[in-house]
Design a protein around this ligand. Structure first.
Ligand code: CP
Length: 379
């Protein structure tokens, strides 16, 4: 961009954004990379298997290092000179807190806005001016937004300005939640691998990911559930995975995801029969109704969701090695009695989010070598 172009650049009104947004994701992904690495984390499709494996190795190493005070001091010195802006104008508990704590683990300072009514967005500041202002104070923007495409727009907008910073998508409308998908895949991998070892299949456990060759049931509001959508995209990175998509007719997985699964040769089976669908699964991923995305008031309430909940009786029907996951928050999809069952890993999944997000942050700032190469001083 020349200086003249920069001065006249009006991202809010510029039709270039619409043209850019309409492109196929695969054509846009290079725009969110720099030096052959992910710069902005916008789409789950940006991740390949080597990068996933690397991020999960960093995650494990971070967990290990920070078990000692010395290691914790080391890790918290790595990004002491970096600041994070947490812009969360749609409700969140886990994504917000796990990113906040990930920043603290890495020694980063944070600022946050959690309600658009308390920021100058309420004074009708433009989207561009809002995100440009964040970049004046921060080195990375993590955002949760009610609109689909908002994180992408922020990244695209900042790139055209004079102080670009990376943007990490913490959930944008009903379309994507890529960092949730990362922690979901990490959890699937680690707990399915644990089960393989427990069942005496040490060789398979050590050969590949715990996800390879597994049958995964995705249950609930698959139409508007951004976590299941992003998770489905990541499945392209694993061998011989089979998906069972269990949903009421009104909440069936959208054609874009089904088309993606077809394109990547990932077999899937759709059903509205919950008990049939979960019976031979290696992992069951439950979700709640995403009624915040209702187009008309009360739309979701008209859908009979009562048959899509996991109850203690179901735990006797499913595999002994099956793991139960949920991105949370839950309503009635999983009976709280199931929390005591060792197959329920959703509380571990939630905590994994903090470590995986810390690994992602360290990768974004190219600190993975410092983490993987860390050796405690022998006393
Ligand atoms: N899983 C998830 O995104 O949870 P929060 O909405 O609490 O961040």
């Amino acid at each position: 961009m020349t200086e003249a172009e920069h001065v006249s650049f009006q991202p809010e009104t510029d039709r270039n954004w619409e043209a850019f947004y309409k492109q196929d994701v695969s054509a846009k992904i290079p725009s969110f990379s720099r030096d052959g690495r992910i710069y902005d984390c916008i789409y789950a499709q940006q991740f390949n298997r080597p990068l996933l494996d690397e991020l999960f190795t960093i995650t494990d190493k971070l967990r290990d290092i920070t078990k000692t005070v010395e290691g914790e001091d080391y890790v918290s010195s790595l990004l002491r000179n970096k600041r994070t802006m947490l812009w969360f104008t749609q409700p969140s508990t886990r994504t917000f807190l796990s990113f906040l704590n990930a920043c603290q683990i890495l020694g980063m300072n944070t600022s946050d806005i959690r309600d658009a009514k308390t920021s100058s967005e309420a004074k009708l500041e433009t989207f561009y001016d809002t995100v440009r202002t964040f970049s004046s104070y921060a080195d990375v923007l993590v955002m949760r937004h009610p609109e689909a495409g908002a994180a992408e727009k922020a990244a695209w907008t900042l790139k055209a300005g004079d102080r670009p910073i990376p943007v990490l998508n913490g959930g944008s409308g009903p379309d994507q939640h890529p960092t949730q998908a990362l922690l979901d895949v990490y959890t699937l991998d680690r707990y399915l691998q644990r089960n393989m070892k427990r069942n005496g299949d040490q060789a398979s456990a050590e050969r590949g990911s715990g996800i390879d060759g597994k049958k995964i049931a995705l249950v609930g509001d698959l139409k508007r559930g951004r976590t299941v959508r992003s998770l489905a995209y990541l499945m392209k990175n694993y061998w011989d995975v089979e998906l069972t998509l269990i949903a009421p007719e009104q909440f069936k997985m959208e054609s874009d995801i089904r088309g993606f699964l077809d394109k990547h040769g990932i077999p899937y089976h759709e059903t509205d029969n919950f008990e049939e669908g979960i019976r031979d699964a290696d992992a069951i991923y439950m979700t709640r109704v995403q009624d915040e995305h209702d187009a008309t008031k009360g739309e979701s309430a008209k859908v009979d969701y009562s048959g899509f909940g996991l109850k203690p009786k179901h735990m006797r029907m499913i595999k002994k090695s099956c793991i139960i996951m949920h991105p949370l928050p839950r309503r009635t999809e999983i009976d709280s009695e199931i929390d005591q069952d060792p197959r329920a890993v959703y509380w571990k999944q939630e905590r994994n989010g903090m470590w995986v997000r810390a690994a992602l942050m360290s990768y974004v700032f190219k600190k993975e070598g410092d983490i993987l190469g860390y050796n405690p001083v022998k006393k």
